[in-house]
Design a protein around this ligand. Structure first.
Ligand code: TXA
Ligand code: MG
Length: 346
């Protein structure tokens, strides 16, 4: 299939392309669209056949539910019931934005979207192009990240083209995503809301509105969000997280690169020291600015592969309650929880 590339710079000057995207979606096609988090592989959420094709195109396991995207907050009530007061508070505080709320679904939401669960994840994205496309389509859109299942999520149209050119009817190119990691997923059907996936809305922000939140995504072995159990975000070469001081880390990389091709994903502040090792260095943002790390991580993982590295070593930020949590979560998953802890006394 020939993939149409619809490049959009502004809603006003490119309104014909927004309309084209809306028309394709209304007609049951699957297309990739930009959002503020990552690109999504979208289809009419109320059209079972169109949704089934999303799973096929991505190679996504059938038991992993999709997020439904709406353009207006009040559309939540068309898709969900038994909505607690706390969910309205979150919508008021963070929508449109990178927050997905899991709520009891109404019958209009087909079982294929939710992988048979009686709950549905709903999000009202902040991305202006995404909202304009949803409005133009006139239907809610089911959309997982627009990557081949298991690969790093796409934060630029070129990543989507890499994975899906020829497999989708159209790719809407809206430039780079401003957040760079996916939405925070929170289960609002529990007495105490449970964060299932850390993301663009931080724990600090959630706690400010909700008071108490359960963060069991940190619990090892417990799978509450079906998507959390699969290998994810992974480049082709194996990734290892490198923990320890900069000089030890640089020393380690120097030794490793004597034997094979390795690449280093690191903070801007560390780039000079790693460059001295001779290995390809891919900085993904400043350690002091976690939002930059979030924006740059998935692109860095893809570029590490392009460098031809047989092994990728990555530096991860210190833990807190901000967006660095999402960065750490994605990196640890990309690494399959493989970490190398450098011991200065060795
Ligand atoms: O930022 C985002 O959320 C992006 C953009 C495109 O909106 N979408 C995205 O979708 O990341 P996806 O499919 O890659 O991740 C959706 C996550 C999965 O971990 C899935 O298991 C979880 O949300 N999820 C969806 N519906 C759920 C439900 N009813 N109960 C529990 N988890 C759910
Ligand atoms: Mg995904």
């Amino acid at each position: 299939m020939k993939t149409e590339i619809l490049k959009i710079r502004s809603i006003v000057s490119d309104i014909d392309k927004i309309r084209r995207a809306g028309e394709l979606l209304r007609g049951g096609e699957v297309i990739a669209i930009p959002t503020e988090t990552v690109y999504g592989l979208a289809a009419n959420a109320l059209d079972e056949e169109a949704v089934a094709r999303i799973f096929e195109i991505k190679g996504r396991p059938q038991d992993n539910p999709l997020i439904v995207h709406i353009s207006e907050e009040y559309d939540l009530e068309k898709l969900c019931e038994d909505i607690p007061e706390s969910a309205y508070k979150l919508a008021h505080a963070f929508w449109p934005g990178p927050l997905t709320m899991v709520l009891k679904k109404k019958d209009v939401v087909p079982g294929i979207v939710t992988a048979g669960l009686d709950t549905v994840g709903v999000r009202c994205p902040r991305g202006r192009f995404a909202r304009a496309i949803i409005r133009s389509a006139g239907v809610p859109l089911a959309a997982p990240s627009a990557n081949i299942s298991g690969r790093p999520s796409p934060t630029d149209a070129k990543h989507v083209i890499e994975d899906l050119d020829g497999r989708v009817k159209a790719i809407v190119d809206g430039g780079r995503c401003s957040v760079g990691v996916e939405s925070t997923v929170i289960d609002m059907t529990r007495e105490t809301p449970v964060v299932l996936r850390p993301g663009g809305i931080t724990l600090t922000q959630l706690k400010r509105v909700l008071g108490k939140v359960d963060t069991s995504f940190e619990a090892v072995g417990e799978v509450r969000s079906p998507g959390m159990k699969y290998r994810h975000y992974a480049p082709k070469a194996p990734v290892k997280v490198l923990i320890g001081g900069l000089s030890d880390a640089a020393e380690f990389i120097k030794k490793q690169s004597a034997n094979r091709k390795v690449a280093v994903i690191c903070f801007e502040e560390e780039a000079e020291s790693f460059k001295e090792t001779g290995a390809p260095v891919i900085p993904y943002g400043r350690e002091s600015e976690p939002a930059e790390l979030a924006r740059g991580l998935f692109d860095a993982l893809r570029r590490a592969d392009e460098s031809g590295a047989e092994e990728i070593y990555a530096r991860e930020p210190g833990i807190g309650e901000g967006i660095e949590l999402a960065v750490i979560n994605r990196l640890e998953k990309a690494a399959g929880y493989n970490r190398i802890i450098l011991d200065m006394n060795q």
